[in-house]
Write a protein that binds this ligand. Structure first.
Ligand SMILES: Cc1cc2nc3c(=O)[nH]c(=O)nc-3n(C[C@H](O)[C@H](O)[C@H](O)COP(=O)(O)OP(=O)(O)OC[C@H]3O[C@@H](n4cnc5c(N)ncnc54)[C@H](O)[C@@H]3O)c2cc1C
Length: 562
């Protein structure tokens, strides 16, 4: 695809996070001819590294109630279209002792009464006020146990949220867009947004980062859905980066190897900011910070300081975390609306469609701000703007009622076990990630029973799923498979499964076997870098030794990451 004139596509979308894939789906459903470019992989950025709560955010209720309402409303819709990807996250907020909320319990109670009004929108239960004894009944490990109960513990609040796997949500939107005619190019970076002499956009020039191939496509509209990268894309269109300015806020999570608690628990950090620990699928995540970020958005990693800040805060409320096994970190950049002055966590989580006609670039739009929880409505507003700009017949949005791939019906776990012989845990995880489409993976196993073999024992992930995500979900490396399946993200960090996964990816993509080893090594190097700050120096140096011996075995075949 190179050198065609304007009009090849109605719209070129830049960015394969939740906003880009959300627009790709909506626009394709409404009959537009869509192409999407993602510089890295689907969900590489904030969307794949978020806390995954599709909530209204009680925090925003006082300053931004409309954000809370919109997010709760959209959460209700997301739950309907992707029921397989949900998990319940009941929260506990202990009140009273030093290090947690000091405010009088009655005041907090009243605040949550206001939040309760939005709960029906997202199928949440109303909050409940708890005595100290009730708190301990729910989470006996609080403050080191009931016998060490702090004198000033006055009880607490429990409230209800829903969690979702942000990566799977992006992938489901992308797959649906493809099945409705969209074209999606991953690992392909838009370098220039092309414009006619009068200023109107006419397409984009992109480069495939794996092959080096350069391509030009024509498009009558271009959507900049690159989150924290947005100002860079404004520059690539030849307009001021200020016109798509965001205030990128770095957020991280520390990941523990199992569910440490069945409740998300809120605590206060040393600087009085709120942090939380959350059971997340079959692990636990501790998060998060919110700090202004001035570095390279392609290379965001948690630091030792950030990990210590979070662990210090949570151990005041749940001391057992100090002895729990941290196995990794995640990091991402919130593309928050720009404002000079407020602290990062006081910034609005609202979103905005910016029409760059005002900057002389007619046909170029930027999606700025937002939340995972309100992505669908943001995508709908963006698609409405595209329909107006392209002057095509208005078609109503249906993304709130049409199920995402896999969301059509629940896969029966016992039927999966019966049909494939895989163990119940693997079947549960498969049904969670793929919903009704787990049946397609089971079908593969029926045709080739050897594909029931377990590749990643920690998660677990079976061979048929790895092959499925390469063939049908655009995975082209071990990193891509890990993002979609959580392969290699458990305790061993991929030491036991990366090589086998690399082999399978190489087979499926028609690469030579050494390429599979190279993909495995790349994954392990990246894992070692993100794990080192969590696992501690002894394990980190063991992992570094193994990785460097593998690297010297592969020698010149291994290209150093930039
Ligand atoms: C730690 C953390 C926790 C969060 N928790 C929550 C939560 O619990 N609930 C909630 O609702 N929200 C949460 N958020 C916010 C939410 O994740 C973001 O608002 C949302 O994911 C932003 O999506 P996006 O598509 O705009 O950006 P991104 O997901 O960052 O996607 C942008 C994409 O653009 C691509 N790109 C960049 N440049 C180019 C180029 N030149 N060519 C092609 N592609 C390019 C990038 O590779 C990237 O994949 C959290 C965010 C963070 C960081």
């Amino acid at each position: 695809m190179s050198g065609p004139g304007a009009g090849d596509f109605d719209v070129a979308i830049i960015g394969g996070g939740i906003n880009g894939t959300g627009v790709a789906r909506d626009a394709a459903m409404r009959g537009l001819k869509v192409i999407l470019f993602e510089r890295n992989d689907i969900a590489f950025g904030a969307s794949g590294n978020s806390s995954g709560m599709i909530h209204g955010g009680p925090r925003y209720l006082t300053d931004d109630p409309e954000v809370t309402r919109t997010s709760c409303l959209d959460s209700g819709f997301i739950q309907k279209i992707a029921p397989h990807l949900l998990f319940r996250v009941p929260f506990l907020m202990p009140l009273g002792p030093e290090g947690t909320e000091q405010t009088h319990i009655a005041l907090v109670d009243a605040f949550f009464e206001a939040y309760d009004r939005y709960q029906p929108l997202k199928n949440g239960k109303p909050h409940a006020r708890l005595t100290p004894d009730e708190l301990y009944e729910l989470e006996p490990g609080l403050f080191g146990g009931r016998s060490d109960k702090p004198a000033r513990l006055s009880g607490g609040i429990t409230f209800d949220e829903w969690g979702i796997d942000g990566v799977r949500l992006c992938v489901a939107n992308a797959i649906d867009a493809i099945e409705r005619g969209a074209s999606i190019r991953t690992h392909t970076s838009v370098e220039t947004i092309l414009r006619e002499p009068g200023g109107r956009v006419r397409g984009v020039r992109a480069e495939n980062r794996t092959t080096g191939e350069s391509l030009v496509v024509g498009a009558r509209a271009v959507v900049n859905a690159t989150g924290a990268w947005s100002p860079l894309l404004a520059r690539a269109a030849g307009i001021s980066p200020e016109s798509a300015r965001v205030r990128p806020g770095k957020g991280i999570h520390v990941v523990f190897d199992r569910r440490l608690t069945n409740y998300a628990i809120i605590a206060k950090a040393i600087d009085d900011r709120q942090i939380f620990i959350e059971p997340w699928q079959n692990v636990t995540v501790l998060g998060t910070i919110d700090d202004d970020f001035y570095g390279d958005p392609d290379d965001v990693r948690a630091t030792t300081d950030e990990v210590r800040y979070l662990v210090e805060a949570i151990t005041r409320v749940l001391p057992a975390v100090a002895d729990a096994r941290a196995i990794g970190t995640t990091a991402g950049l919130r593309p928050t609306l720009y404002e000079y002055g407020p602290n990062e966590d006081a910034l609005s989580r609202d979103h905005r469609v910016v029409d760059h006609a005002k900057d002389g670039a007619r046909g170029l739009f930027s999606m700025i701000g937002g939340k995972l929880a309100s992505y669908r409505i943001f995508a709908e507003q963006m698609t409405d703007a595209l329909i107006r700009h392209l002057d095509v017949p208005a078609t109503p949005c249906r993304t709130h009622v049409a199920p995402l791939p896999g969301g059509e019906h629940a896969a029966s776990r016992s039927a999966l076990v019966e049909a494939t012989g895989i163990d119940a845990v693997a079947a549960v995880r498969l049904a969670y990630r793929h919903g009704a489409r787990a049946e397609r993976i089971a079908e593969r196993i029926r045709s080739n029973p050897l594909e029931a073999s377990v590749v990643c024992p920690c998660e677990p992930v079976i061979e048929a799923e790895v092959r499925h995500v390469v063939r049908h979900e655009m995975a082209a490396s071990v990193d891509d498979v890990a993002r979609r399946t959580r392969l290699g993200l458990g305790s061993c960090g991929g030491m036991r499964c990366a090589a086998r996964c690399g082999q399978i990816v190489a087979e499926e993509c028609g690469f030579e076997p050494r390429a599979g080893a190279r993909l495995a090594l790349r994954f392990l190097v990246r894992q070692a870098k993100t794990r080192a700050v969590a696992v501690g120096p002894a394990q980190a140096s063991q992992e570094a030794l193994i990785v460097s011996s593998l690297r010297s075995e592969l020698g010149p075949l291994f290209e150093e990451e930039p």
